[in-house]
Design a protein around this ligand. Structure first.
Ligand code: HEM
Ligand SMILES: [Ca+2]
Ligand SMILES: [Ca+2]
Length: 334
């Protein structure tokens, strides 16, 4: 018996060490070549994904607005200086000072995952990875596809308000404006249609769409954007009357606001896209067919989402020796 165990041990040991060497080699290679890798934290923090998903899950169960916030947060991070957690930095003149970022949320969820990770794996997991994983989990938790994403992002040391305007899409943008920004990030027209599907969850403030209609002096609806369905516009007007509190929010998807599904595209077909930048996806013939396709086939939307989300969360990543691993997500290391 002892003999057998010994033989077994000796015959498996070389194989084990091969595997170990391979894993180590691929980790070093990934770090040196500046790319992300799957299982980046396999040796240094094997529980990272478990800790992040549990944090997101428990935060979302007590506050259902969390998934939408995390998903928008990663978009605003990745489009400005790449996916480097620059959007999480607090202070005067950081990206958070831009009006487009004033309505971001979900920071506390990232910070609390980071606090836990600093206990289990000190100074190991970047805030940029935590944010990408948390947004990935937000989609799965609300019924969207579960996606394996590579990690190894490092945290940026810079966050400047001036970098936000030129890189973040506004609701008033034309299709050409949007294409320009997306393609500067390596994203295609198809990625634009797919990633806009994020608006199947979450909410928006009245100011993001209230210029699409007006209330006349008799309290009647006057459509400014004739592409908007009249009864939907009337609904929106009643939720966002003139002089309404700026803190009021309206669901992006009037049908299934807490489910990550293809309802967004069905809404577009019914002229119920909340933002002008949503409606334009149906109006423009370059994207109309894809909208119809996703409205009819959720599987195709999910498959496309997998690919586009991987591209989104890989934009301009800092890896290897670039950047740092922050100790607190809201501040750079001293
Ligand atoms: C294509 C151009 C886009 C425009 C013009 C746009 C614009 C907006 C605006 C104005 C809001 C409402 C913010 C507020 O008033 O609180 C919003 C919400 C949101 N956006 Fe986008 N967005 C775009 C693309 C994206 C992409 C690519 C994603 C993610 C992949 C995304 C995810 C979200 C989410 C999840 C919300 C809801 C946030 C919440 O519930 O707090 N958006 N977007
Ligand atoms: Ca960033
Ligand atoms: Ca939905």
């Amino acid at each position: 018996m002892v003999m057998e165990t010994k033989t077994l041990l000796f015959s498996t040991l070389p194989r084990l060490s091969y595997v170990l060497i391979l894993v180590l080699f691929s980790l070093v290679a990934a770090a040196a070549s500046g790319s992300l890798s799957f299982n980046f934290y396999a040796a240094s923090c094997p529980t990272v994904e478990f800790i992040v998903v549990n944090t997101v899950r428990s935060a979302s169960s007590s506050d259902p607005t969390i998934p939408g916030k995390l998903l928008r947060l990663v978009f605003h991070d990745c489009f400005v200086e790449g996916c480097d957690a620059s959007v999480l930095l607090q202070g005067n003149g950081t990206e958070q000072s831009d009006p487009a970022n004033k309505s971001l949320g979900g920071f506390a969820v990232i910070n609390s995952a980071k606090r836990l990770l600093e206990i289990f794996c000190p100074e190991t997991v970047s805030c940029a990875d935590i944010l990408a994983l948390a947004a990935r989990d937000a989609v799965a938790i609300t019924g969207g596809p579960m996606i394996q994403i590579p990690t190894g992002r490092r945290d940026g040391r810079e966050s400047l308000v001036a970098n936000v305007r030129p890189n973040i899409v506004d609701t008033s943008f034309t299709m050409d404006d949007m294409i320009k920004i997306f393609s500067s990030k390596g994203l295609s027209l198809e990625d634009l249609v797919t990633l806009s599907g994020a608006h199947t969850i979450g909410a928006a403030h009245c100011s993001a769409f209230s210029d699409r209609f007006q209330e006349d002096s008799h309290g009647k609806l006057k459509l400014i954007d004739s592409f908007l369905d009249t009864s939907y516009a009337r609904e929106l007007m009643s939720m966002c009357p003139a002089g309404a509190s700026p803190s009021i929010t309206v669901n992006n998807d009037p049908e299934t606001s807490s489910a990550f599904d293809n309802q967004y595209y069905r809404n577009l077909l019914a002229h119920k896209g909340l933002f002008q930048s949503d409606s334009v996806l149906l109006e423009d013939e370059r994207t109309r067919e894809q909208v119809k396709d996703f409205a009819n086939d959720e599987g195709r939307f999910f498959e496309s989402w997998r690919q586009s989300f991987l591209k989104l969360t890989s934009i301009g990543v800092k890896t290897g020796e670039d950047g740092e691993i922050r100790r607190f997500c809201s501040e750079i290391n001293g």
